[in-house]
Design a binder for this molecule. Structure first.
Ligand code: FEO
Ligand code: CA
Length: 676
């Protein structure tokens, strides 16, 4: 059985996107010199520090005490990462470092609502699934429940389903019953569940008894959203069901997200295009914009077959329904009766997620990636100012902050192009770096894009960014801000079309032809102000097998670095270490994983694998508990490998039977913080 990325992944998550032309064919300009394939790295390694860290990486705290005079020795204390890296493996299991334990917190089919029936693999129904934990958990957030240290809320996205692992003898959706199709719809969306600490450790588990009054499923058929912002009510959002264009049933293809400073959760609607059918019969005037968002306008395309049970997803009947997805949505997990919202002010793209930072003047800034080949990085700056108090009035005010503001797309240029000699070598400081600017798409409540109204910029944000001349990136995924330095980090997961005939050439911010393994980009806003319209940038990590000369790990000794491919979801711990979850489409002969690395100091770039996922799974989340003792991570699509089926699954995680996507926690039984 082939262990690489499954054709099923390609089909059900992103509609075989790699087999199709990238949807961004806009002619906006590229910058920089075309570089030769591959880049070689030069510059001195920080070797002495690497040696000491190699010793401390045994996981034996204090074992490097004999090298007390070395400045590098102090760094493990400063950044707190001393775990022994997990070796690359194809083992069908979750593997964490020596000295750690792990367990499943919640998995597909677990009860969410108190009256949820047990998971019945012989009878999957929409009604049952809408009460159970959904499939293919992606974003993970853990929020405290006031008044207790032993209860918390786990909030998850459920991005898509793997029908070949859900239904016996599955061949295509047309052969499923309507209720089976409905179960795949309702297995998507979001879950909010109460979890409880086990003993006094860093272990958490699902609360399975009692009222569980916060528990909630958010699904297409059960949850109505309000639309906010300038595009709410616009004719492009009006449908027969919603002639005012202000309410939408459900949320689709929820990928990553973020927790706001006011305690709500944001979720990105990503590959929503594959939930729709019959683009070929949509009104012809919509075909260009549909194609720009990846909707197939050449065939009836029913990848998921959902329009069989939800006519609104048939573009020939309800063409505007597609405009009601592709937004950042916000839910209040503390109030299961609250109406979640879709924020048009943050633009409509294939949103990976959104993470919020408060600028020095109190405005809030959302950084966002559009996950497709050659798409853009965006940021939103609120008009209003964050109120840090915890009063009900402040909370109500803060909940309006994402309803109006400025929207920008990023343009990257080289600060010192003279140093790039075109031979593929790096500047003498060891890394590509440059300058950039945030190009306004919306500002002062007005469109800044010629020929497009404010509402059109927000509904067709990709087209607006094309016209504005934003820089085409290698699939922007998570964008996160370091809580220690304020620097912003973006995952650019991979893009094998980079440099191919007919596509954008390499540039300094996307420097590898046929970029299989991706890279991490660092942005430093000018003046340390997240509302700045200019910034500096560098590429701290260029992923792959460290033996590959085109890789780069902040100059760290590559012999100490874990192989890593396709960075996807990011998070930071309180010490400012970057945690990177991977989705290795072009795997390095090892399962996906969760990695951690300092990004400052002498150990910056010392990437180490903290967790190895089951066969076929990518790692999502991740999320570190506030007390630092628990690492939460989602195992998405275990068993998703070529040839995998209900009868012969490629993984049997976690129960030894049919694979079930699930969220795990990892902790140290000795109570020490995770990473140590
Ligand atoms: Fe759903 Fe961009 O990963
Ligand atoms: Ca992702």
């Amino acid at each position: 059985m082939h262990r690489g990325r499954s054709a099923m992944t390609c089909l059900y998550r992103c509609g075989n996107a790699c087999a199709h032309p990238a949807p961004n064919t806009s002619p906006n300009r590229y910058f920089g010199e075309v570089l030769a394939e591959g880049i070689s790295r030069r510059g001195a390694l920080r070797g002495a520090g690497a040696l000491v860290l190699g010793l401390t990486a045994t996981g034996v705290a204090g074992s490097a005490g004999t090298a007390a005079a070395s400045p590098a020795q102090a760094s493990p204390v400063a950044h707190g990462l001393t775990f022994r890296p997990v070796a690359p493996t194809r083992q069908d299991a979750v593997i964490v470092p020596e000295g750690y334990s792990h367990s499943v917190v919640a998995a597909w089919g677990d009860p969410v609502l108190p009256d949820a029936p047990p998971l019945d693999l012989t009878n999957l129904t929409g009604e049952a699934q809408a009460k159970q934990f959904g499939y293919n958990n992606d974003y993970v957030a853990v929020l405290p429940l006031p008044g207790t240290e032993d209860r918390a809320l786990l909030v998850c996205n459920h991005e898509y389903t793997n029908p070949e692992l859900m239904f016996p003898a599955f061949t295509n959706h047309d052969e499923l019953t309507e209720d089976e199709v409905r179960s795949t719809v309702e297995a998507s969306g979001m879950s909010v569940v109460e979890i409880e600490r086990v003993g006094r450790t860093g272990q958490w588990r699902l609360v399975r008894t009692g009222p569980r009054r916060h528990n909630r499923r958010v699904t297409r058929f059960t949850t109505r959203f309000a639309v906010t912002g300038p595009a709410a009510g616009h004719p492009l959002l009006r449908t027969a069901e919603d002639p005012r264009g202000r309410t939408v049933w459900g949320t689709l293809a929820n990928c990553a997200g973020g927790v706001t400073p006011w305690g709500t959760v944001l979720s990105g609607e990503e590959n929503f295009n594959f939930c729709f059918s019959n683009g070929v019969q949509a009104p012809a005037e919509l075909h260009p914009s549909l194609a720009r968002y990846g909707v197939d306008v050449t065939s009836p395309m029913t990848t998921r077959g959902w329009s069989r049970v939800d006519e609104r997803l048939d573009l020939s009947l309800h063409p505007n329904e597609v405009h009601r997805f592709g937004w950042i949505v916000e839910i209040d997990p503390y109030d299961p009766q609250s109406t979640p919202r879709k924020h048009t002010a943050l633009g409509r793209i294939k949103h990976e997620g959104a993470t919020i930072t408060v600028a020095p003047d109190g405005r809030v800034v959302a950084y966002m990636g559009d996950d497709d080949r050659f798409e853009y990085i965006y940021k939103f700056v609120s008009d209003g100012v964050h109120d840090p108090s915890t009063s009900a009035r402040a909370r109500a005010h803060n909940r309006t902050l994402l309803e109006s503001g400025s929207l920008y797309a990023a343009e990257f240029s080289a600060s010192s192009p003279g140093e790039i000699d075109g031979s593929g070598t790096l500047p003498s400081d060891g890394a590509f770096n440059g300058r950039g600017r945030w190009i306004p798409l919306v500002q002062d409540g007005k469109s800044r894009v010629g020929g497009m109204s404010l509402e059109e910029v927000l509904v067709y944000t990709r087209i607006a960014a094309d016209r504005a001349g934003a820089t085409k990136m290698d699939r922007p995924e998570d964008v996160e801000t370091s809580p220690v330095t304020g620097k912003v980090y973006a995952s650019l997961t991979n893009n094998t079309r980079r440099g191919a005939v007919g596509y954008a050439p390499v540039d300094e911010a996307n420097p590898r032809i046929s970029n299989k393994h991706g890279h991490v980009l660092e942005i430093t806003e000018d003046g340390g102000d997240h509302t700045s319209e200019t910034f500096g940038w560098t590429l701290p990590i260029v992923c792959g097998d460290p033996a590959d000369p085109s890789t780069y790990f902040m100059g760290y000794d590559k012999e100490q670095v874990s192989p890593i491919s396709s960075p996807d979801n990011l998070t930071f711990d309180k010490a400012g270490n970057l945690w990177i979850a991977t989705d290795s489409t072009y795997a390095l002969d090892a399962n996906d994983g969760l990695y951690a690395t300092p990004v400052e100091g002498p150990d910056a770039g010392h990437v180490r694998k903290f967790l190895s996922a089951p066969v076929g799974a990518e790692v999502c989340g991740p999320y570190l508990s506030d007390d630092g003792r628990t690492v939460f991570a989602a195992m998405q699509h275990p068993g998703e490998v070529d040839g995998s089926s209900f009868e012969r699954p490629g993984s049997t995680w976690p129960d030894g039977g049919l694979p079930r996507p699930g969220v795990v926690c990892a902790w140290r039984p000795d109570g020490r913080p995770a990473g140590n």
